[in-house]
Design a protein around this ligand. Structure first.
Ligand code: PEP
Ligand code: MG
Length: 543
């Protein structure tokens, strides 16, 4: 067995034979021509044919991978209409009196080198596009067919690199996975592979001359490995993983667009927890009904200094727009304890989990808090944004927050900056908040129970301390009773109550949470559908 590591572009397990894909080497020679004007016409006709072929590819891609991914073939058509590109080719033909193939090849080389030397990653990636369109024109000029990569048996395609046009031409039924030696994670080929949902590895250190064709292989797109001639144990392990994956996919297909409603008709919101905009694709892929916890502190943690209002606004706006009217609950910064940020210059504390953290920082340094609130309220004009405050322990904290929020809204109104209706919620993650949840419920629009911290404070067990794992009983009756109490108090005041801590994703408790009347479960995207399945199979009147 041989094992090769690559960068994973899309996860999943593929088992099958390797098939080596080599580009037809287009040998272009420089030839003098008698009539450059006719050569120019020949070039323009070939260009038109190439544009027609690209239109065909665009239509195929549109059906298979959607409009945004198909757009690359529109861009390729536009590149073939670009004046600089056309001028370069025709100048070489006319100026040097040479054949069109040669003029296109030289232009391709010059332009792709120019793009490759740019600093911008997006522009760098365009070098491959110029080469791709130029090879197409040269193929037309030299009478080659627009060859599809054909294969009778489904197989794992191995190549040095793949152009988007090659990728999309492949028969999806016949391609199990892609493995390439080159390529970038952000290339359109990688994007297409992701959208086609095919396991794909790039940057794999393979020797393409080592007789790979036809050999049995496994691509583990999750771990980023290619196994050639896998041994029995690896094969069994991979087959198990593939089975699990197939079950997950089946679940996905069945439940993705279904509502999270119990047999007796109670809707329980199944939301996603995210820490980053990068998680949004998974949120959509797993059919989340909204975002229940956006840990905004990651924006601060990833920054070298305080993120500006504008920087934050852009992020919140993108998330709100992407979620297209679904609720997006953004938690204000929860810095402190295990999430330390140097530029906050927080004093060293003996017991940071019980120190100056989260809302306590915001209330002592309102200028930081107001910047975030302004960004959040401005972004609320672009979607359904709700704001949630962490580490609340008292009604007076909520009142102070309300004053600052009122100030921010007043300022925005004076500045004629629009904002939407922003629901205001709090996290119930301290025992104090749970115990006075009857009073807090009068002040806010919703509760979200942070079971990670609630358990830590309730059981007096540092959640970071691994040596205490045996004592950290997340199913402790005290925790479950506090959740029940909080839900009851929320409902008495007519507000909803969810869970966004890790316990919300514990499938062994889902039915118990439903019995308590929990209205929302916000979990990591991959857990949404298993939870939805239980919700849909439960009759809460029988609990
Ligand atoms: C929690 O405490 O349960 C929670 C969701 O917040 P975090 O894990 O970010 O502290
Ligand atoms: Mg917490």
């Amino acid at each position: 067995m041989e094992r090769y590591q690559g960068k994973s572009v899309f996860g999943g397990i593929a088992i099958g034979c390797l098939r080596l894909h080599r580009k037809d080497e287009q040998q272009v020679t420089r030839k003098k021509v008698e009539e450059p004007a006719r050569e120019k016409e020949r070039f323009l006709a070939a260009r038109d044919t190439a544009v027609e072929q690209l239109q065909g590819l665009y239509e195929k891609a549109l059906k298979e991978v959607g409009e945004s991914n198909a757009a690359i073939f529109e861009i390729h058509q536009m590149m073939l209409a670009d004046d600089d590109y056309l001028d370069s080719v025709t100048n070489i033909i006319e100026g040097q009196g040479v054949n069109a193939e040669y003029a296109v090849a030289v232009t391709s080389e010059n332009f792709s080198n120019m793009f490759a030397s740019m600093d911008d990653e997006y522009m760098k990636a365009r070098a491959a596009d110029v080469k791709d369109i130029s090879e197409r024109v040269i193929a037309v000029l030299s009478g080659q067919q627009d060859g599809l990569l054909q294969s009778d048996e489904p197989c794992i395609i191995v190549a040095d690199d793949l152009a988007p046009s090659e990728t999309v031409q492949m028969d999806k039924e016949k391609v199990l996975a892609f493995v390439t030696v080159h390529g970038s994670v952000n290339s359109h080929t990688a994007i297409l592979a992701r959208t086609m949902g095919i396991p794909a590895l790039i940057g794999t250190s393979l020797d393409l001359d080592a007789g790979l064709n036809g050999r049995q292989a496994v691509v583990d797109g999750n771990a980023g490995y290619l196994y050639v001639d896998p041994d029995e144990e690896t094969m069994e392990r991979m087959m198990d993983l593939r089975r699990e994956e197939e079950e997950r996919k089946k679940l996905l297909l069945e439940l993705k667009n279904k509502e999270s409603v119990t047999l007796d008709g109670k809707h329980v919101m199944t939301y996603a927890n995210i820490g980053d905009m990068k998680d949004l694709a998974l949120v959509l892929e797993n059919g989340a009904e909204g975002i229940g916890l956006f840990r905004s502190e990651f924006i601060y943690l990833e920054s070298q200094t305080f993120p500006t209002e504008e920087e934050q606004f852009k992020i919140y706006k993108t998330v709100a727009e992407t979620m297209a009217g679904k609720r997006v609950i953004i938690r204000t910064l929860d810095i402190g304890a295990d999430k330390q940020c140097d530029y906050f210059e927080l004093a060293k504390e003996d017991n940071p989990a019980m120190g100056l953290r989260a809302i306590r920082i915001c209330l002592t340094r309102p200028e930081i808090f107001k910047t975030q609130l302004r960004a959040l309220f401005r972004a609320s004009a672009y979607g359904k944004i709700a704001v949630m405050y962490p580490m609340i322990t008292s009604v007076s904290e909520v009142k102070k927050i309300q004053e600052i929020v009122a100030e921010v809204k007043r300022e925005l109104t004076e500045e004629k900056i629009s904002y939407g209706q922003v629901e205001q919620g709090i996290m119930i993650e301290t025992p104090a908040a749970a115990m006075i949840s009857d009073l807090l419920a009068k002040e806010v629009d919703f509760f979200s129970i942070g079971t990670n911290d609630l358990t830590q404070y309730l059981l007096a067990i540092d959640r970071q301390n691994q040596t205490l794992d045996d004592f950290y009983d997340s199913h402790h009756p005290a925790v479950l009773r506090m959740i029940k109490l909080t839900v009851e108090n929320a409902h008495k005041e007519g507000i909803w109550c969810g869970i966004c801590g890790e316990l919300g994703a514990d499938l062994s408790l889902t039915r118990q949470f439903l019995a308590m009347g929990v209205d929302e479960l916000s979990v990591s995207p991959g857990r949404i559908l298993p939870i939805r399945k239980i919700i849909r199979e439960t009759d809460t009147t029988a609990l």
